[in-house]
Design a protein around this ligand. Structure first.
Ligand SMILES: [Zn+2]
Length: 70
């Protein structure tokens, strides 16, 4: 008498170490693009104004120091 013990879907074969590692080559964290501020030199995401000095494209867009004086 043959018992049917398979009640749910199971993988036919165990995934080999190589197959598992090949799949996981894509599972890595990507490092975002980083540029440096030409004014103060801190690390920045591109196309963002600098939080430290408030400059973007050599222009004061955030006016950080002006707000401190008020
Ligand atoms: Zn800056």
């Amino acid at each position: 008498m043959k018992l049917n013990l398979q009640l749910f879907a199971l993988p036919f074969r165990r995934t080999s170490k190589t197959k598992k590692r090949m799949r996981r080559t894509h599972l890595k964290k990507e490092v975002g693009a980083i540029t440096t501020c030409p004014k103060c030199g801190t690390a920045l995401r591109p196309h963002r104004a600098c939080k430290k000095c408030g400059y973007y494209k050599n222009e004061d867009v955030l006016h950080l120091e002006a707000e401190e004086q008020k």
